[in-house]
Every structure is written in structure tokens, then in C-alpha cells.
Design a binder for this molecule. Structure first.
Ligand SMILES: N[C@@H](CCC(=O)N[C@@H](CS)C(=O)NCC(=O)O)C(=O)O
Length: 255
């Protein structure tokens, strides 16, 4: 067993309920897996549109599935959440700038980022309270244990250009996080397979259609690093694979 540290980075936005599930599960596993868990507050619309993806809600069948999926998942993971009646959705830009400002101020240790993010998720997905207005962010910050002075400082910092730029750059970091999807052998096979498939279907080559890299297209986006290798995972439903990749899996279950 190698002694090298296992690092797990979680890119998230509090607009994303699946990210909340991943966040809570990773917080629970943090000590069991002995990982350095790093929170990477980012902006979901930036990765959806930046990667050429589309919001899941644009497809009515997918939206109906998501509502049913989240109802069961929230019970399963013990993270109560309820579908907001108003899905017209105010965005989470100010909230994510607030968390980014806190992360920048905190630098060492993510305890407050963890607590404030949880409060924001609770407001958005459990109690259906606003998270767009300064008064709402203040309330969340105080509830998470920040002092009134720190909340004031973070609110003002969150409107500054360096913090706006920082949120953009973390979002961009997720978009540019290229990790090789296959080893060379599998990659060759895969590309050959795609070539055959596309030649049959469209009568043209497709070697450039599917790059052999995995990049972020949605949240939660989780990067696991161990022994100088990295793998990226999309979703709150990949924990067994993450455990397997990091050597925390005994073939029967996660330990
Ligand atoms: N199966 C994933 C679904 C995660 C998911 O749908 N995330 C949304 C944001 S809440 C997203 O980014 N979707 C982009 C996509 O599905 O392409 C899970 O269980 O976590």
C-alpha cells in the first residue's frame, strides 16, 4: 500500500442537487478513505455551455426522471431535499461568488466553505429560501457560524473583480481538466470501433469526433488523484469506482 496522499477535488455549484449528494457522501468518506478533500466552488452554467452541453431540464423526459431519481436518492443518502415549486430558477452566481470569496479568504482548511455551502444547499433544496440577495447570504453565513463582521467582509469581497475572476478561472479549470480516458491499447480499439461504427452509419471517418479525453460537462465533477495518476468522475453515483481507483475497495464493498 503506497503512502502517497489521495487527493479528491469536488467541483460544484449549489444550484446542483446531485452535487449536494456527492458533497455529503465525500464528507462522510473523507476520514474512512483518508483523503484530502478539496472543495472547488464553480459555476454550473459555465461548464454546461462551455462544454457544448445543454441543461438537463431542457428535455422533459429527463426532467421527470431527475425528479423521481432525486426523491429516492435523497432518502437513500439521508440528505432530505424537496423539489422547489418554483423552477423558474434564479441563478446562483452571487451565492457561488460568496463561497469563492470565503474560500479565498480561508485558503487553509475548508471548514467554513463546507458549512456555508451546506447552508446554501439547504436553503435552495430543503427550505426553498432565497440565495440571491445579500440578506439571504448573510443569513446563511451567520447560520454556518461566520461572525457578522466576517459575513460583511465576504459579501463585499464577493463583488470584487478578483473574486469574479477566480470563480471564472475555477470553472475554466474544470472545463480544461483533460484526463486521458483510455490507456493506449483501449484507446486504439475504441477509436477503431468508432471509426467502423461511423463509417457504417455516415460513410465518413470520425477520428476527431470523440477525443480520448474526459472533460467536465456537468456537476458534480470529481477529480481523484493517487500515486501520480488522476481520474475524473461525473455524478454522485460513482463512489464504488472512485474507491476502486484509489485502492479503497475490497471487491465486496467500499471500506
Ligand atoms: N447521474 C448523475 C447525474 C448528475 C447530474 O445530472 N448533474 C446535473 C447538474 S445537477 C448536470 O450537470 N447534468 C449535465 C448532464 O447530465 O449532462 C448523478 O447521479 O449524480
Amino acid at each position: 500500500m503506497s503512502s502517497s496522499r489521495k487527493v479528491v477535488e469536488l467541483f460544484y455549484d449549489v444550484v446542483s442537487p446531485y452535487s449536494w449528494l456527492a458533497f455529503e457522501v465525500l464528507c462522510r468518506y473523507r476520514n474512512v478513505w483518508n483523503i484530502d478533500l478539496k472543495f472547488k466552488p464553480a459555476f454550473l452554467p459555465g461548464v454546461i455551455y462551455g462544454s457544448g452541453n445543454q441543461p438537463a431540464g431542457m428535455n422533459p423526459s429527463k426532467l421527470t426522471y431527475i425528479v423521481s431519481d432525486l426523491t429516492l436518492l435523497s432518502e437513500y443518502f439521508g440528505v432530505p431535499m424537496f423539489r422547489p415549486s418554483d423552477l423558474s430558477d434564479k441563478d446562483t452566481l452571487s451565492a457561488m461568488r460568496f463561497v469563492t470569496a470565503l474560500a479565498e479568504k480561508e485558503k487553509e482548511g475548508d471548514m467554513l466553505v463546507e458549512r456555508v455551502s451546506r447552508e446554501l444547499w439547504k436553503r435552495k433544496w430543503r427550505t426553498h429560501q432565497d440565495i440571491t440577495q445579500p440578506a439571504s447570504l448573510t443569513e446563511a453565513g451567520l447560520k454556518a457560524g461566520l461572525s457578522a463582521n466576517v459575513v460583511k467582509e465576504i459579501l463585499s469581497l464577493s463583488k470584487s473583480q478578483p473574486i469574479k475572476d477566480k470563480l471564472k478561472s475555477v470553472t475554466q479549470e474544470a472545463l480544461e481538466y483533460k484526463v486521458s480516458a483510455f490507456n493506449l491499447h483501449l484507446c486504439t480499439l475504441c477509436l477503431a470501433h468508432q471509426k467502423i461504427f461511423v463509417v457504417e452509419k455516415y460513410n465518413k471517418m470520425s477520428l476527431h469526433i470523440f477525443p480520448p479525453f474526459l472533460q467536465c460537462f456537468g456537476f458534480p465533477f470529481i477529480v481523484c488523484q493517487v500515486n501520480g495518476k488522476a481520474k475524473v468522475f461525473f455524478g454522485s453515483d460513482r463512489f464504488e469506482l472512485m474507491a476502486y481507483f484509489m485502492g479503497n475497495y475490497n471487491g465486496l464493498g467500499i471500506y
